[in-house]
Design a protein around this ligand. Structure first.
Ligand SMILES: [Zn+2]
Length: 141
């Protein structure tokens, strides 16, 4: 599995006309080994904090390529800083964003998935993909 995702990454770089480098691999490793929803700057800092030398430009560029080739999901959570998460096994989930803390909570609801498809079907369509985000705040007692 690990070597497989490495090969996929190499193929994608080739397709994009980019050289495979250790630096670009570090960016992909950092993304795929985490389930966090982080912005590009945060991913960059995590790599640097591990004592690894990667330029900011390489990080941003590599993330763009990963998003374009669907290895990474880009999320606009409404604060001007896109968040990124790996989408390797393509487990579908939606997100809740807490307006107080900025926490991003994942959820999946089968009924909601079925309902969305029904709504589309009733209007003569089928759902190809969807982005479902709930902006929430903690319940107050
Ligand atoms: Zn997520």
């Amino acid at each position: 599995m690990a070597s497989n995702s490495k090969n996929i990454f190499k193929e994608i770089l080739k397709k994009e006309g980019l050289r495979y480098t250790q630096q670009r691999q570090l960016v992909w490793d950092e993304l795929k080994n985490s389930h966090d929803h982080r912005d590009a700057e945060n991913i960059y800092m995590c790599i640097r904090n591990n004592g690894l030398n990667v330029s900011r430009a390489t990080v941003y560029r590599t993330i763009d390529v990963l998003v374009k080739n669907r290895l990474v999901r880009k999320m606009d959570v409404g604060d001007g800083r896109n968040r990124f998460e790996p989408r390797l096994n393509d487990d579908h989930h939606d997100h809740m964003i807490c307006q107080n803390t900025g926490d991003i909570i994942e959820f999946f609801n089968e009924e909601l998935e079925i309902l969305q498809e029904k709504i589309a079907n009733d209007l003569g369509y089928t759902v190809v993909r969807h982005v479902h985000q709930l902006f929430v705040k903690p319940l107050t007692k």
